[in-house]
Design a protein around this ligand. Structure first.
Ligand SMILES: Cc1cc2nc3c(=O)[nH]c(=O)nc-3n(C[C@H](O)[C@H](O)[C@H](O)COP(=O)(O)OP(=O)(O)OC[C@H]3O[C@@H](n4cnc5c(N)ncnc54)[C@H](O)[C@@H]3O)c2cc1C
Length: 366
C-alpha cells in the first residue's frame, strides 16, 4: 500500500483533537484530524457538565491549575468572538452543615493560591437563591457554561479555514515510528496508510490503547489507565436556580452538582463509579442516590421530576485511592520520539483548558 504523505496528523476529533488540529493549522502545518466515529465530539466531549471552570480545585502549579485559569479566560473570549453561546452565570459552592465550613475555607485558600477569587456570601446575599439550604456558601464569579457542541463546531470551522481537514470514520489501528517519521495505519471503510512528520495522540478514552499499538514508543512511556463513570439526571420542568450550585467535592469527583444548559434547563451529576467497560447507560436505580445527594442542599426537590439523562467516562491515569493525577502532555523530551505527542488523562477541566493545552502541544513540537 502506498502511503499518503502529510505534515501533521491528529488522532481524535474531540474538543482536544480539534483544538490541537486548529493550533497546528494556524501554525502553518498541513493537518488531518482523524476521528473513528461519523461525527466529531461524540465521546467525552459530548458527555460532560459543559462548565467553564474557574480553576478552584487543582493543585497550585499543576498543568490542570495553569491551563484551566488561562483556558477559562481564553474560552470566554473565543466564544464572544466566534458567536458560541456561553454564560458567565457564576457558581456557588455550598457547605450543607456547619462542620463542612472548614473544608469550604480550605477550598477558598486553594483557589486563592491558583489566583482565583471566591467570595463568602452573607445570609442576606444567599437569599438570591431562596430554595437553597446552606450553612455557608462561596461565590465563584468566573465560573460559567458553554455550548460545547457549538464550541467544537467553531474549532472545526477554524481548522478548515486554515487548510486543515477532519476525516470521519477513520479509526487509527496502529502507528510505527522510524527515524523521525510516523506511519499511521487507518482502518474503517477505506483503509489506508499515512506517513507524517508530526503525530498527536488525542484519543481520549482510547489514548492509552492506541499508545500500546504504537511501535517505537517505549512501553515505559505509557501510563496505566482507569475509567470513572459519571451519570447525569435531568430535572424536568421549572427549577428555582439562577446559577450553578456545587456541594463540596467528594470521592472521585466534584460532587453531584446542578449545572444548567444554555436554555436554562437543570441537570444533576456527575457521580463517580470505577468501571471496566466503556458503556454509558444511566440506570434508573441510581435515582434515589441522586435525590438524597441533592436534597441536602435543595430540600424541596421533587424526586418525580428526575429522569436519567446521559453518562460520561473520565479517562483516568490514577486508580481508586490514588491522589488525582495531572494532565500528561508527553512530547519528544519525555519519550524520545521526534514529532510525536501523547495526551493522557485529559479529564476535567479539559474542555475549559482546551485552547492553551493545544498551544502547549504545538510548543513541545518546535
Ligand atoms: C462526567 C464528565 C464531566 C466533565 N465536565 C467537565 C466540565 O464541566 N468542564 C470541563 O472543562 N471539562 C469537563 N470534563 C472533561 C472534558 O469533557 C474532557 O476533558 C474533554 O472532553 C476531553 O476531550 P478529548 O478530545 O480529549 O476526548 P474525547 O472527547 O473523548 O475525544 C477523543 C476522540 O478520539 C477518538 N478516538 C479515540 N481513539 C481513536 C482512534 N484509534 N482512531 C481515531 N479516533 C479515535 C474518539 O472517538 C473521540 O472522539 C468532564 C468529563 C467528564 C467525563
Amino acid at each position: 500500500m502506498d502511503s499518503e504523505q502529510i505534515d501533521a496528523v491528529v488522532i481524535g476529533g474531540g474538543v482536544i483533537g480539534l483544538s490541537v488540529g486548529r493550533a497546528l493549522a494556524r501554525a502553518g502545518h498541513e493537518v488531518l484530524v482523524l476521528e473513528r466515529h461519523a461525527h466529531p465530539g461524540e465521546e467525552t466531549s459530548a458527555r460532560n457538565s459543559e462548565v467553564i471552570h474557574a480553576g478552584i480545585y487543582y493543585s497550585p502549579g499543576s498543568l490542570k491549575a495553569e491551563l484551566c485559569r488561562e483556558g477559562r479566560d481564553r474560552l470566554y473570549d473565543y466564544c464572544e468572538r466566534h458567536g458560541v453561546a456561553y454564560s458567565r452565570c457564576g457558581k456557588w459552592l455550598v457547605a450543607v452543615s456547619e462542620d463542612k465550613i472548614p473544608a469550604l475555607e480550605q477550598l477558598r485558600c486553594n483557589a486563592a493560591n491558583n489566583d482565583v477569587t471566591l467570595n463568602w456570601l452573607g445570609a442576606w446575599e444567599r437569599q438570591k437563591e431562596p430554595a437553597l439550604k446552606a450553612a455557608a456558601a462561596l461565590e465563584s464569579p468566573m465560573s460559567g457554561i458553554v455550548d460545547s457542541h457549538a464550541y467544537m463546531q467553531a474549532l472545526l470551522g477554524d481548522l478548515e479555514a486554515h487548510g486543515g481537514w477532519l476525516v470521519r470514520r477513520a479509526p487509527v489501528e496502529r502507528i510505527e515510528s522510524v527515524q523521525g517519521r510516523h506511519w499511521i495505519q487507518v482502518g474503517g471503510d477505506v483503509p489506508c496508510e499515512l506517513s507524517a512528520g508530526i503525530v498527536v495522540n488525542a484519543g481520549g478514552l482510547g489514548a492509552v490503547a492506541l499508545a500500546r499499538r504504537w511501535q517505537g514508543l517505549a512501553p515505559e512511556a505509557i501510563p496505566s489507565q482507569w475509567f470513572s463513570k459519571g451519570h447525569y439526571f435531568a430535572y424536568n420542568g421549572r427549577h428555582p436556580f439562577q446559577r450553578l450550585i456545587y456541594p463540596l467535592p467528594g470521592a472521585g469527583g466534584l460532587g453531584v452538582h446542578l449545572t444548567l444548559d444554555m436554555a436554562g434547563q437543570a441537570r444533576f451529576g456527575p457521580d463517580a463509579h470505577w468501571v471496566e467497560a466503556l458503556e454509558t447507560a444511566v440506570p434508573e436505580s441510581l435515582a434515589p442516590s441522586f435525590v438524597s445527594a441533592v436534597q441536602q442542599w435543595w430540600p424541596t426537590l421533587d424526586p418525580a421530576r428526575l429522569t436519567p439523562a446521559y453518562a460520561g467516562i473520565r479517562p483516568r491515569i490514577h486508580g481508586p485511592g490514588d491522589a488525582p493525577a495531572d494532565f500528561i502532555i508527553q512530547g519528544p523530551e519525555e519519550h524520545g520520539l521526534a514529532g510525536a505527542v501523547n495526551l493522557f488523562g485529559i479529564e476535567s477541566p479539559g474542555l475549559t483548558a482546551s485552547l492553551p493545552l493545544a498551544d502547549r502541544v504545538v510548543n513541545c513540537l518546535i
